[in-house]
Ligand binder design. Structure first.
Ligand SMILES: Cc1cc2nc3c(=O)[nH]c(=O)nc-3n(C[C@H](O)[C@H](O)[C@H](O)COP(=O)(O)O)c2cc1C
Length: 323
């Protein structure tokens, strides 16, 4: 199937010229100049990539997840390449909230794109405290609540694998900020739309999906797991069909904008996510292969919209032809 055949009824007559499409999207009150962002944890804090990528061209930069206190992360080895993706178990290593305030936030002073801070925690209060503290900084445009890290357990559970925990956490964090709240969902569930509904009920402005799929790989010589944490999160092309299906299911069940991710390696992948219902997309693992992927994806989306005569990026969202 060609990319063109994914949309129908858009052939224009001779002499009609495609207009440059409008790329702006609104993600639950967060105005982005275009729908392409980078996924949390795959782009550092943004500044590390500044020599390779003009990050100001992106719709938004999402930071690595920060927690209230410093976290050492998991036992190495922490990453492993698989047949069609990558396993990681970083365990949210980061220097904590105060270090972010003292040493990182100032670096975003001249940022010409939106900054979304990814937030993690071990209790609802921790999430709320971080969000409350960072809401005071004009550099911060929105928060993404990472409630879906497969390498961190919260009271023996991944929050995003439990409807009740998700609802309660989002409700509590909602009270701590007026900035847009994006809730990041886990693919390690039977019915992701149910969890998305709980996030919506709790007061989320948008959802992002998916985080990594729990997986493992074994070194048969040593009979040890290739990861120090034994299990890890699978990302990259291997998970794209699963992520895409989940975006489609969530799009059909809730009314919030979706940020789609999971194996986006090029513009065509991103266009698939938008057709399935994602208002914006995030590039993750591909940043490790080619740091400029997100900008290539942006250019490719624009070309696709132009070629298929879409006037705005939003028109493409959820345009799956199911006839
Ligand atoms: C090395 C690595 C580190 C990650 N760290 C985080 C993180 O700190 N917070 C988070 O919400 N997601 C984290 N993720 C998940 C990604 O943001 C993304 O949801 C997932 O990898 C799926 O997208 P992809 O297949 O394009 O990588 C991480 C992924 C990788 C590969």
């Amino acid at each position: 199937m060609t990319a063109r055949s994914l949309t129908q009824g858009r052939s224009y007559g001779e002499g009609e010229h495609p207009v440059k499409p409008r790329l702006e999207v609104n993600i639950g009150g967060l105005e982005l100049k275009n729908p392409v962002m980078v996924a949390s944890g795959t782009f550092g804090y943004g500044d590390e990539f500044a020599d390779y990528v003009d990050i100001n061209k992106l719709g938004a930069v999402v930071t690595k997840t920060i927690t209230k206190s410093r976290r050492q992360g998991t036992r190495p080895p922490r990453v492993y390449e698989t047949a069609a993706g990558m396993l990681n178990a970083i365990g949210l290593q980061n220097n904590g909230l105060q270090d972010f305030i003292d040493n990182k936030i100032g670096k975003y002073k001249n940022l010409k794109t939106k900054l979304i801070v990814s937030v993690g925690g071990e209790t609802n209060e921790e999430y709320a405290d971080i969000v409350s503290a960072l809401s005071a900084y004009k550099e911060v445009s929105a928060f993404e609540l990472n409630i879906s890290c497969p390498n961190i357990e919260y009271k023996d559970k991944i929050i995003a694998c439990d409807e009740g925990l998700t609802l309660r956490l989002v409700k509590e964090v909602r009270r701590a900020t007026r900035l847009p709240l994006i809730v990041k969902l886990s693919p390690n569930v039977t019915d992701i739309a149910q969890i998305a509904q709980a996030a919506q009920e709790g007061g989320a402005d948008a959802v992002s999906l998916v985080n990594t799929l729990l997986g493992m790989a074994i070194d048969v010589k040593s009979r040890k797991s290739v990861l120090g944490n034994i299990t890890g999160g699978l990302s990259g092309p291997a998970i794209k069909p699963v992520a895409l299906r989940m975006v489609w299911q969530v799009h059909n069940r809730i009314n919030l904008p979706i940020i789609g991710m999971g194996g986006i390696m090029n513009a065509r992948d991103a266009v698939e996510f938008m057709i399935a219902g994602a208002s914006a997309v995030a590039v993750g693992t591909a940043n490790f292969v080619e740091p400029k992927t997100s900008l290539e994806v942006l250019e490719g989306i624009s070309d696709y919209l132009c070629e298929h005569r879409f006037k705005t990026a939003s028109e493409l969202v959820g345009s799956l032809n199911v006839s």
